[in-house]
Design a protein around this ligand. Structure first.
Ligand SMILES: NC(=O)c1ccc[n+]([C@@H]2O[C@H](COP(=O)([O-])OP(=O)(O)OC[C@H]3O[C@@H](n4cnc5c(N)ncnc54)[C@H](O)[C@@H]3O)[C@@H](O)[C@H]2O)c1
Length: 289
């Protein structure tokens, strides 16, 4: 069956920082030194948020490790750019236009992946929005709802529809991307921080329910990572420089460094790991505590 992509949906509401995120979309190629060993050979992976930043780096890394990758995002131009950067062929990767907060479209994303590549072994829940807000009492309810719809309900829906596809083939691996904001009490982003705490807890509960059926579900909590989302939420070059200096390594992380941890969690090397959340922040949390 031929895979078709619906591109007729509007690009959602445009909130204050979206134009910054979009204009900051960067071309990223893998910059680290790699020891490739086909760790995901012939596995089929869905990567939400694959059109940008961390998700894009994960798509690239997974492809290099032999996975068949479905780049899942609502940013179609970005997803096409990711496929191009991956050097994808129809046999190795494809893309699907999805809004993760829409159950119908998430179900279709999983269905299209199965029709296209035959199965789903790996789900990476990377798509999310970050909207900086004023202090809590001034937070608009609309921003709260929008953030929860995307960052929590979106992860829930992707798990809800991908897990049955995984158990049908004996199991799989899910990696949810939370944030240090979900652990620390970082101000001026109450909806985002609470949503990311929700992702950590969703991971634990889902792992307690599905690990016995062969689905390992883990989470990562990155600190500052140099992506369009992070630059969009960092007001100025000066502020960006301060963020670098606030880290023990003198810099924020790169998307490739996140992809390395996600790769390990998604691979069979992490066969005894489920229900865990891994902080990846260059030592910042340890140094602050
Ligand atoms: N960059 C950081 O410093 C940082 C730190 C901690 C956690 N994170 C988390 O890492 C993940 C990736 O972040 P990033 O910095 O690469 O962000 P990014 O903005 O570069 O990429 C996010 C992607 O998600 C997509 N997306 C957003 N809402 C969507 C929806 N409803 N449906 C489908 N796609 C949607 C966007 O189109 C975009 O391609 C996010 O979950 C983010 O919260 C990032």
């Amino acid at each position: 069956m031929k895979t078709t992509f619906s591109r007729c949906y509007p690009y959602e509401m445009r909130l204050p920082c979206w134009h910054v995120l979009e204009s900051a979309l960067t071309n990223q190629t893998y910059s680290g030194s790699l020891n490739l060993s086909g760790r995901l050979q012939d596995k089929v992976a869905i990567v939400t948020g694959g059109a940008s930043g961390i998700g894009r780096a994960i798509c690239q890394r997974f492809s290099l490790e032999g996975a068949k990758v479905m780049v899942a995002d609502r940013n179609i131009a970005g997803a096409e750019e990711t496929l191009s950067l991956m050097g994808a062929t129809p046999a190795t990767a494809d893309m699907v236009d999805v809004d993760i907060s829409d159950a119908f479209r998430v179900e279709r994303m999983v269905h299209e992946t199965v029709m296209r590549f035959g199965r789903v072994d790996i789900l990476i829940n990377g798509a999310a929005i970050l909207i900086r807000t004023p202090p809590l009492v001034e937070v608009d309810e609309v921003l709260w709802d929008l953030t929860m719809e995307t960052n929590v309900k979106g992860v829930f829906l992707c798990c809800k529809y991908a897990i049955p596809a995984m158990t049908a083939n004996g199991g799989g691996a899910i990696v949810n991307i939370s944030s240090m904001s979900g652990i620390r009490g970082i101000g001026y982003s109450v909806p985002y921080a609470v949503s990311k705490a929700g992702v950590i807890h969703l991971t634990k509960v889902a792992a307690s329910e599905y690990t016995a059926q062969g689905v390992r579900i883990n989470c990562i909590a990155p600190g500052g990572i140099d992506t369009p989302q992070m630059r969009g939420s960092t007001a100025s070059a000066e502020r960006f420089s301060e963020r670098n200096e606030s880290h023990p390594m003198g810099r924020v992380g790169s998307p490739d460094e996140i992809a390395n941890l996600v790769l390990w969690l998604a691979s069979d090397e992490a066969s005894y790991v489920s229900g865990s959340t891994y902080i990846i922040d260059g030592g910042a949390w340890a140094a602050a505590n």
